[in-house]
Design a protein around this ligand. Structure first.
Ligand SMILES: Cc1ncc(COP(=O)(O)O)c(C=O)c1O
Length: 373
């Protein structure tokens, strides 16, 4: 493929996906409209049952976003002012933001350089009497070391909340992500592997009481309309999004397999470039490649990004600033150098386009451009 195609290769082309399933999606939307099933309707209940089955949990509770899935999980588990919650600084801010919103303290643990995920061997040193929960983040679609993390949580009597926003369909030793913790928190942000046509999220759990509390909290603290039992919020997943997601869920495994094929093609095309490090795989873990993220090791990451842009290739830096160095998290008083791996990664990482609809010739063009870049 020559550069004369000039059409930019985006990170994800959501319209291509829509066109491939247009009939079913249009029908799903029209079904909701025909019966005005916008709020708390059968479409949401149906999706909740389907997601619970898919993830291997007893319950799933639809909410407004992945952020709310985390926030409501922490709230329902009773996390409050003065509590500490362990997570990583190399993630999207929502993970730590939710802890702060409840006036609890995010306590960061550095990530593993190879996997980008929380370094399980560093967790115990950060546990204090105030620690109440751990939030491992399955970053880019790659599962965290759940056996180790679960053991630590059990030993110290801590809640385990999985931030699975980027990892629907991922598996750790044959078991679906989102089924290990007290809750699993998923995002349906449009560019996720299972994306809505707007915001959306869902919480998986095996705990009936917790599921019931989450159902109340997302709906103004009420089970029965106007008979509010506690203060809650408005964070429902809407009927149209649920109906769209039910259609897309049928394709998720196929799309995730396609993402893996694209990742393998990238691995093949880029393997001889000695200044690029490829994402790690592990035969016991199923990576669903919400992102295909390389490390650019010659200090030229930003220059490479610009060069790709000139070639019509999008790329993104997830994340350019670890959370402890953001202005928003300054109040935690972490110094530069506190999390050296996260800080190093923020200067090296570059995510390349990946989606089930990316064409082989586009991946080849990207691979070729990188080779001569
Ligand atoms: C790791 C992680 N956690 C949480 C979220 C929040 O999800 P949402 O955008 O649906 O609120 C995201 C979204 O990008 C995410 O990537």
């Amino acid at each position: 493929m020559k550069n004369n195609h000039l059409k930019k290769i985006p990170m994800v082309d959501l319209n291509r996906q829509y066109i491939s399933i247009k009939k079913e999606i249009d029908c799903a939307i029209s079904d909701v409209i025909k019966e005005s099933g916008y709020i708390n309707s059968r479409f949401v209940k149906k999706l909740e049952q389907e997601i619970a089955k898919y993830c291997g949990t007893k319950y799933a509770v639809g909410v407004n976003s992945g952020t709310d899935a985390l926030y409501l999980s922490l709230w329902a588990l009773g996390i409050k002012q003065g509590d500490e919650v362990i997570t990583t600084p190399f993630t999207f801010i929502a993970t730590a933001e939710c802890i702060s919103l409840l006036n609890a303290k995010p306590v960061f643990v550095d990530v593993d350089y190879e996997t980008y995920n929380i370094d399980a061997d560093l967790i115990e040193a950060k546990i204090t009497k105030k620690t109440k929960a751990i939030i491992p983040v399955h970053l880019f679609g790659f599962p965290c070391e759940m056996n180790k993390i679960k053991k630590i949580a059990k030993k110290h009597n801590l809640f385990l909340i999985e931030d699975a926003a980027q990892a629907i369909g991922a598996e750790y030793m044959g078991k679906k992500i989102g089924s290990f913790g007290d809750t699993g928190c998923f995002s349906f942000f449009p560019s996720k592997n299972l994306g809505a046509y707007g915001d959306g999220g869902i919480i998986t759990t095996n705990n009936k009481k917790l599921a019931e509390r989450l159902i109340m909290l997302r709906n103004h603290g009420s089970k029965i309309k106007y008979f509010n039992e506690e203060i809650g919020v408005s964070s429902r997943l809407d009927g149209i999004q649920a109906s769209i997601l039910s259609v897309k869920l049928k394709y998720l495994d196929r799309w995730n397999r396609k993402r893996k094929e694209i990742a393998e093609l990238y691995n093949y095309l880029l393997k001889e470039i000695d200044w690029i490090e490829l994402p790690k795989e592990n035969k016991d873990l199923k990576h669903v490649y919400n992102q295909y993220t390389i490390k650019v090791k010659n200090g030229k990451r930003d220059k490479l990004k610009k060069y790709l842009e000139e070639k019509g290739i999008s790329s993104m830096i997830y994340y350019p600033l670890p959370l402890h160095l953001t202005k928003a998290m300054k109040y935690l008083d972490y110094k530069k150098g506190s999390f050296p791996v996260s800080e190093k990664l923020s200067k090296q990482v570059l995510s390349l386009p990946i989606s089930a609809d990316l064409k082989k010739k586009e991946v080849e063009y990207i691979g070729h451009s990188l080779k001569i870049g």
